[in-house]
Design a protein around this ligand. Structure first.
Ligand SMILES: [Zn+2]
Length: 308
């Protein structure tokens, strides 16, 4: 049962009640065969209210609903609101600020902020596959723009290095992966690349010396931006234009919508953006389904605000 919708209005019609959302989630999580989240058994029965199940295994006998073990478990926010927020973050090309989301959902901004972050966490790419073929690598600086800060505060912030560095690797015609790193040095760059790129791939970087050591494990090609060289034709086309295009998107999303992002949350914003980029060719309904598949496991409020 694949629901199809081509617009937010159609989406809202498809998921207009809690029951419709549950039904869809059951389909997505269990493929039509409910399984006990505690012991994994499919020997379960559904109660008459349709919502609650009970495990029939003698050692288990636990009751559960489809949201147990997902980000939706024990949430005071309705599934309809969760779904709509997930739809907007996974489908809308630029994401959404918590203020805007609060307006859409009719919640407080605090609730929308929390929802936004939990969904970002959910969109994280945990796929173990490494990038291969021709992979462009580069780093960029995010945030820290003084543009939106009042003149009276600008003076105080002047000279403060409040930008955060993000490392990225992009497989041509494939996925992008990003990682917030504290500094562009040999150690950080090497471990980020080895975590993202399969050995023996082509690796295209700029002339930064931090790429040289790890470059020995790859077919390393360098583009010389200092002399305004942007594309060079060798055995492959040597450039990092695709990754630079992605950096532009990421900056538009972060600086344009959220204005400033605290470094401790930046990775989640990157994850949200890479999810949309990596699913850019999928239709809206496929993107939403893909996002929803990742609902297992939840991020607690204390983890989010860094107290755990
Ligand atoms: Zn069980």
């Amino acid at each position: 049962m694949m629901k199809t919708f081509k617009s937010i209005l159609e989406f809202q019609k498809e998921f207009s009640t809690d029951e419709k959302c549950r039904e869809y989630l059951e389909q997505q999580r269990w493929n039509g065969t409910p399984a006990c989240p505690f012991c994994g058994s499919i020997n379960v029965c559904r109660f008459a209210n349709g919502k609650v199940f009970k495990c029939r295994e003698k050692q288990c006998r636990k009751k559960f609903t489809v949201t147990v073990g997902t980000v939706y478990e024990n949430s005071k926010i309705s599934l309809q609101k969760w779904f709509l927020a997930t739809y907007i973050l996974s489908v809308h090309s630029k994401g959404i600020s918590s203020l805007q989301l609060a307006n859409w959902l009719g919640t407080t901004q605090k609730t929308a902020w929390f929802l936004n972050h939990r969904i970002r966490e959910m969109l994280t790419d945990n796929a173990p596959e490494l990038l291969e073929g021709i992979v462009e690598v580069d780093e960029t600086y995010i945030g820290g723009s003084l543009k939106n800060i009042h003149a009276s505060k600008k003076e105080k912030l002047k000279g403060l290095d409040n930008k955060t560095m993000v490392f990225g690797a992009l497989q041509r015609d494939g996925k992008v992966k990003t990682k917030v790193i504290p500094q562009t040095n040999i150690e950080n760059i090497s471990s980020a690349i080895e975590g993202f790129v399969a050995p023996d791939s082509f690796m295209v970087s700029d002339e930064h010396h931090a790429y040289n050591r790890v470059g020995q494990k790859y077919k390393h090609r360098k583009v010389n931006h200092r002399v305004k060289e942007y594309v060079r034709k060798e055995d492959i086309l040597v450039h990092t234009n695709n990754l630079e295009g992605y950096w532009n998107l990421l900056k538009k999303q972060i600086d344009g919508i959220h204005h400033s992002v605290s470094p401790k949350h930046l990775q989640r914003y990157c994850n949200e953006s890479t999810f949309r980029y990596n699913n850019r060719e999928a239709f809206q309904d496929e993107r939403f389904a893909e996002a929803l598949k990742k609902c297992n496991g939840r991020l607690k409020y204390n983890q989010l605000i860094g107290k755990e």
